[in-house]
Design a protein around this ligand. Sequence first.
Ligand code: LR7
Ligand code: MN
Length: 576
Amino acid sequence: ADVSSLELGGVALDNNFLSDDVPAAQPFVASRTHRRESPAAPPRGAPDGPENGGGVLAPPKGPEELDASKKEELYGEMGKPVVLGNLTADVKKLVDEGWAKNAFNQYVSDLISVHRKLPDPRDHWCKEPGRYRENLPQTAVIICFHNEAWSVLLRTVHSVLDRSPPSLIKEIILVDDFSDMPHLKLQLEEYFANYPKVRIIRAAKREGLIRARLMGARYATAPVLTYLDSHCECAEGWLEPLLDRIARNKTTVVCPVIDVIDDTTLEFHWRDSDGVSVGGFDWNLQFNWHAVPERERKRHQNSAEPVWSPTMAGGLFSIDKSFFELLGTYDSGFDIWGGENLELSFKTWMCGGTLEIVPCSHVGHIFRKRSPYKWRSGVNVLKRNSIRLAEVWMDDYAKYYYQRIGKDLGDYGDVTMRRDLRNRLGCKSFKWYLDNIYPELFVPGEAVASGEVRNMGFGGKTCLDSPARKNDLHKAAGLYPCHGQGGNQYWMLSKTGEVRRDEACLDYSGQDVILYPCHGSKGNQYWQYHPDTMLLQHGSSKKCLAITESKQRLVMEECNSSSLHQRWKFENYDSS
Ligand code: LR7
Ligand code: MN
């Protein structure tokens, strides 16, 4: 179906988001000035080949300590790890600098060919004849970067060129979001001068990844947009299964399986089709991964078939350009990083599209443990983006997010245009989305009690607290002086007797009381709260939750309603 003739709430579909809303690229750099004579065949292989250094960034010398046998072969070929041995002080300094600048091991990346080969991670099913349509639409591949490492950025681009059918790649658009690393200036233009499909456009100021992506879209001429982060490696056959889904239905938005490229060794770890995850989120509006739910598995005969996903991770996806425009692209009021993935996910589903993860398509991504670049100082951009998202798309459910951030919304700018967009498109409600697309999500409004859980013993100043990090499961649940800030002390008691924090449940199997992923089948996660005696009694063991005299530890004891240190008070308890 032609998207421009789609009936979505019967509105005229003349969205002009890509031309009105989007910052223009700097014209000077957008035109390529540094053309070279004849296109030298892209150099293959050598870890210290010219493509890695280009003469400006001296390629690092292979550390003498590397295993002599490893020197024979190329570093990291077939996605293998590069392990550095004992390092001289000089090399160690280079390694440390690489980590400091990039939050991954740049030194190791620089040793690996920008054309390294990867194993073929695809399921048999993906390669059967006739699996994909003959005439697939062309795509623009848009890669935004802010201060990306040279070898990593180049490897991203080459993995696209080396492992996609040339006829399907209309253009590769590199959007420089105002980097200041020297190698990303003229050297980049020179490097790609003989690659006619590669275009470089540059933001005149720091835009953040969301507006940078919109800039890229504005310059694209292909009917499909494919976004990648600037530290990816596409595997064999990654593109066809994505474009095939869009060829069949232009309102399908598709994501590859995101394989992990190790931040230390650059080893490529792929997931097979049975290990595919789908995207979700929690009420902090943080994205998370889940196993494919049972109801979805039942829809398929083969685990390599595309699966519906409530949300996307954000960085890696293909979308029909006119459908993206129809959806109002991204909210260009989103700054730097975050929230845009949920915005696009919610509206894809709520406004008539489908979001899928395609197990036949594999792209690796370097997952970092911290963000190496500057955000904006003084503003919590992620919170501001998330508030814009909640205000426009989440209806009354926005309040659950606000409970988590302390209700002070601050200045999140004007969202009337975005609300108008939603109305014009006649999109469905957030309740519809939760009921139909993400029924696994626990809705806090369905809790019978919530807030802090205060122990009444020893002066009543101690609260049930979750292990340090929010997603640290399998760890003993803790205790901490009540702080009244929610956060790690925010608990919910579900109708079915779970004491939970989003997806983690209080669980007791005879040893420590721990947090464990909620499984919904009672057993070790079943608790009965008795509001009259304030006892919290465990279902299968019949014991009661208590604290030790030192207030250090949670213990399970024979129930005794006269013992204060077995009494717990939920901040909000709904007795009705
Ligand atoms: O100001 C910026 N300008 C940019 O151009 C900040 C970043 N960027 C670029 C950056 O160089 C990179 O190429 O934008 C891209 C994404 O930034 P990352 O790599 O720092 O983000 P991330 O991988 O930690 O975060 C994930 O969530 C983000 C939320 O805004 C984006 O959607 C990222 O694309 C997304 N990455 C993925 O989906 C890959 C899988 C990670 C997971 C789960
Ligand atoms: Mn990334």
